[in-house]
Design a protein around this ligand. Structure first.
Ligand SMILES: Nc1ncnc2c1ncn2[C@@H]1O[C@H](COP(=O)(O)OP(=O)(O)OP(=O)(O)O)[C@@H](O)[C@H]1O
Ligand SMILES: [Mg+2]
Length: 444
């Protein structure tokens, strides 16, 4: 549903014409629209031209079996739920059917009630499947374990798909909390040959300048006081895998030259050793800064920037991902609900519109923290704006704010604050930090 019949549509496949007719009559009386077919081939033909919600198929049929039909349906139509009819005592075929993707099985002979219960159950299951965020990982909504179906994210997925097939250096850019590391891992773990080798994240600002070479290239025993044994650096640890240079903008200027040399020559030498070692690690770098701008300000080496910026994947901020915001919010609500032993809450309309209108400077991480806090603090089974910080409660869509003048924006803001405080002017004055006279003027 929805379809032209305004009813759930069921396809029955059984080589026994009488069985088909009996089931059809029962289900039509129960309010369903029913197609029947006496062979798998016919059924496939019907599936190609009709939207079917539920398939009920017999197991044993001449030519092609019900099992083959289930395989076909699972390959071509994810959303159809499936009931397999099996003969009495053939638990094996029931198990096989479930393995191939059937949702339910009903053993013959069955009563009208057993049939109807099975049908209702699997249609319910199908509906839950469509809305349950937990199953999103099997849906086209997520790619590579990244949640989101907005066009902006689909563009990111198609880039990931391309770079998985080669070893080019990738520069991932995006505001804080947009999922840069998530994307870096997705590139690595979907690479055709590298994925079985390590993914080594290096937090550039975390390495003291004095230890940069030992950390990245390793050292040999006795290279300096304290070097009591040979040690591999990050580059060698990432051999055949991927080295993820996170927050690359924070790398001190003098170390940028050293890194550049390694990227050009693909060779390192350990501290305390002259011998060069070939390295084979895929390099992915990430930053939330505008590197081109840092280059202009002479804070980042232009030659290193060019070397890193071969392929750029720019991750859109959360506010530009449309309904993904709600998708993610529900996903986190389910996740933390489970952890806390709570039910997945519903979101009030007001909460949904606040989530959509907020600018999300901290992006997905901020959203996750907000929902986590909401789930901890909230005893109700719905999430409302009471759990949100004040800054989120204003109902001006982010993109519309860009069309307002400062004067209009300020009036709107004042009205929102007054509304939010439930008309409590003293509270509004406290938030706005203006005097009563100005407030009254603005409200006029
Ligand atoms: N599309 C997404 N689907 C599911 N989880 C996501 C998504 N994007 C980000 N997250 C989650 O949000 C958090 C932040 O993501 P990540 O660490 O990859 O961001 P980042 O861009 O590297 O942030 P920073 O700039 O602060 O380093 C992580 O817990 C990550 O799993
Ligand atoms: Mg990060």
């Amino acid at each position: 549903m929805p379809n032209q019949y305004n009813k759930e549509v069921i396809l029955i496949v059984d080589d026994n014409i009488i069985t088909c007719e009996v089931i059809q009559r029962n289900l039509e009386m129960a309010g369903f629209h029913v197609f029947t077919s006496n062979s798998v081939n016919d059924a496939i033909e019907i599936l190609s031209r009709q939207d079917i919600d539920l398939l009920i198929t017999d197991y044993k049929m001449p030519k092609h079996s019900g099992l083959e039909l289930i395989k076909y349906v699972r390959d071509h139509f994810q959303d159809i739920s499936i009931i397999m009819l099996t003969g009495y005592g053939s638990i094996n075929s029931a198990v096989l059917a479930i393995k191939e993707g059937a949702d339910e099985y009903i053993t013959k002979p069955f009563t009208d009630k057993e049939l109807l219960d099975g049908v209702k159950k699997s249609i319910q299951k199908q509906k839950e499947k469509k809305i349950d965020p937990e199953t999103l990982y099997n849906d086209p909504w997520t790619r590579f374990g990244i949640l989101g179906q907005s066009q902006n994210m689909i563009d990111v997925y198609s880039k990931i798909e391309k770079v998985c097939k080669n070893d080019a250096i990738v520069l991932i850019t995006g505001e804080s909390g947009t999922g840069k590391e998530l994307v870096a891992r997705a590139i690595h773990y979907n690479h055709k040959t590298r994925s079985i080798y390590p993914f080594i994240p290096v937090n550039c600002p975390g390495i003291p300048a004095s230890l940069f070479e030992t950390e990245l290239f390793g050292h040999v025993k006795g290279a300096f006081t304290g070097a009591v044994q040979n040690r591999k650096g990050f580059f060698q640890a990432a051999e055949k895998g991927c080295l993820f240079l996170d927050e690359i903008s924070e790398l001190p200027f003098e170390l940028q030259a050293k890194l550049l040399r390694v990227l050009q020559e693909k060779e390192i030498s350990k501290v305390g050793e002259t011998q060069e070692i070939k390295i084979d690690a895929r390099i992915i770098a990430a930053t939330n800064k505008d590197l081109a701008d840092l280059v202009d300000k002479s804070l980042f080496r232009q030659d290193l920037f060019f070397r890193l910026n071969v392929i750029n994947i720019d991750i859109p901020p959360l506010r530009n991902r449309g309904n993904d915001i709600i998708l993610l919010a529900k996903h986190f609500a389910l996740k933390y609900g489970k952890e806390l032993g709570k039910k997945e809450p519903t979101f009030t309309d007001k909460a949904i519109s606040s989530l959509k209108n907020y600018s999300w400077p901290g992006n997905v991480r901020e959203l996750e923290n907000l929902i986590h806090r909401g789930m901890v603090m909230n005893d109700k089974d719905h999430i409302d704006t009471v759990n949100f910080p004040d800054t989120m409660k204003f109902n001006i869509p982010y993109d519309k704010r860009l069309n307002l003048s400062l004067e209009e924006m300020s009036k709107k803001y004042v009205r929102d604050v007054v509304e939010m405080t439930g008309g409590n002017k003293a509270k509004a004055l406290e938030i706005l930090k203006i005097d009563r006279k100005t407030l009254l003027k603005k409200l006029k």
